[in-house]
Write a new protein. Structure first.
Length: 469
């Protein structure tokens, strides 16, 4: 996200955010409709009297967490809420493991971290478990928090810092074995930023951890501008996106499925009929919506990439370029991923990948995996820079928008199996920040989603089964 934050919700400000401030926003003229539905979905969005989140008739939201709140460990909920995973804990409780995209490139971001505006609670952080420090010895402020929520009561039970010392934690993905993989979207080094070691790795956070976990980089999964990951539960293969306009799409074949720390092979995807292709459709149309391409995978070397050149070397060896690969989510026997600035309008693509029946094994040459251009935005009012995504219980995609306009509102959109788009929610809060971290509760009753700024996590409920296509 490139949006400049204009204020920080400290503990006191957070308490006021939905009294005077929100009511002032509600007094403003309701936002005009800025979207065009391909199908009815849930019908038109209704203006929120609190000026925060517009939803269809019959839907409601609850704010279950805000940046600046004090957590169980005495630290503050950090700002910049991004990717998020949901995990059943037993009974009526679930855990939400949530990323905080605080950047080493933005000096003010340390003020928005868990230690507070003046780092006054830095002593509460166990530095022995942090991945990295600044050159002045402070903990790098990015990382994850874990929120425990009770579905029966609709209340937040607790929150705590679960990973720290990382930078620019953008998205990630859940694992079949009950952990969250959080990704650093940066290639910061001591030569380029206020850090003491290289950043740009994936880290694992067990969902049931009750406190801060040791931040151990999964270096075999590569060092690059990581965005998101998903895991094929049948094989343990991990798929990874890269948020660069000339990025690649990767897969990681672990030595031991479920034990990523033991290493494995990192590869990049290529088109079988066009090695070194560019699938962005920016300048030349490589493929059309609905079209499928067979793929092969290229082994990568020097994956810790000390020169921050992994994508350049991969493309030179034949890997296909993807325009800002962001969200990726596993859906039964296939995955869906977003290319946020793909397409002639640079307003986004959604790709669909079906693995080979022999994925990651020698037989995949005879029966290769296939990738489809599933959706490409032909109108920003229909789909505008798709970012994080998830798969809904009723089989549709649920996609978070991340456009940088101050007047074209960001939405949560639904996408049908035949690629038709409809609106689920609209951000009408001041600043028009991106939606992020969309994920459903295990029982499918609740959509949890974040507003990146001012740092809000929503629990949205309603007649999900009433969608009209």
């Amino acid at each position: 996200m490139r949006f400049d934050r204009r204020s920080l919700l400290t503990t006191g400000a957070a308490a006021l955010a939905f009294t005077g401030f929100a009511r002032h926003a509600a007094a403003q003229e309701a936002a005009a409709e800025t979207y065009v539905n391909d199908v009815d979905g849930y019908g038109p969005l209704k203006a929120d009297p609190n000026g925060v989140l517009d939803l269809p008739e019959g839907f409601s939201y609850r704010i279950i967490s805000q940046g600046g709140e004090t957590m169980r460990d005495g630290l503050f909920v950090p700002q910049n809420f991004d990717g998020m995973g949901c995990f059943a804990l037993g009974g009526s409780q679930i855990a939400l493991v949530r990323n905080h995209e605080l950047k080493t490139s933005r000096p003010t971001h340390r003020n928005w971290g868990p230690a507070g505006f003046h780092q006054e609670r830095e002593a509460l952080i166990d530095k022995s478990k942090a991945y990295g420090l600044t050159k002045s010895g402070l903990v790098v402020p990015g990382g994850t928090t874990t929120l425990v929520y009770d579905m029966a009561s609709g209340r937040t039970v607790s929150q705590h810092l679960s990973l720290t010392g990382t930078s620019t934690n953008c998205c990630g993905g859940i694992t079949p074995w009950g952990s969250w993989l959080t990704c650093e979207e940066t290639e910061a080094t001591p030569e380029t930023a206020d850090v003491t070691k290289p950043h740009g790795f994936v880290f694992e956070v067990p969902a049931r951890a009750e406190g801060l976990v040791e931040a151990v980089p999964l270096k075999a999964m590569g060092r690059f501008d990581h965005e998101a990951v998903c895991v094929d539960p049948r094989t343990g293969i991990v798929y990874l996106t890269e948020d660069k306009v000339d990025g690649l799409f990767y897969r990681f074949i672990p030595e031991t499925p479920g034990e990523l720390i033991k290493g494995g092979r990192l590869q990049a995807m290529a088109f079988r009929d066009a090695p070194g292709a560019d699938c962005t459709n920016h300048d030349d149309r490589t493929w059309a919506p609905g079209e499928w391409r067979e793929v092969y995978w290229i082994d990568l070397d020097e994956v810790e990439s000390p020169k921050s050149d992994l994508r350049f070397r991969g493309h030179a060896d034949g890997a296909v370029r993807v325009a800002r690969g962001e969200g990726v989510f596993w859906a039964g026997t296939e995955l869906f991923m977003t290319a946020t600035s793909g397409g002639p309008l640079k307003r986004g693509q959604i790709l669909r990948y079906v693995p080979s029946p022999e994925e990651g094994r020698s037989g995949e040459d005879r029966r290769p995996g296939r990738v489809q251009l599933f959706v490409e935005s032909a109108d920003p009012k229909t789909l505008n820079m798709a970012d994080n995504l998830t798969v809904a219980p009723w089989g549709h995609l649920v996609v978070c928008e991340d456009n940088y306009s101050t007047d074209t509102k960001n939405h949560v959109k639904g996408v049908t199996p035949d690629g038709k788009v409809y609106a689920i929610a609209r951000n009408v809060f001041t600043g028009n920040s991106e939606f992020a971290g969309a994920v459903f509760s295990p029982d499918g009753s609740t959509l949890f989603v974040n507003l990146y700024y001012p740092g809000l996590t929503f629990a949205i409920t309603g007649p999900w089964n009433a969608v009209r296509t």
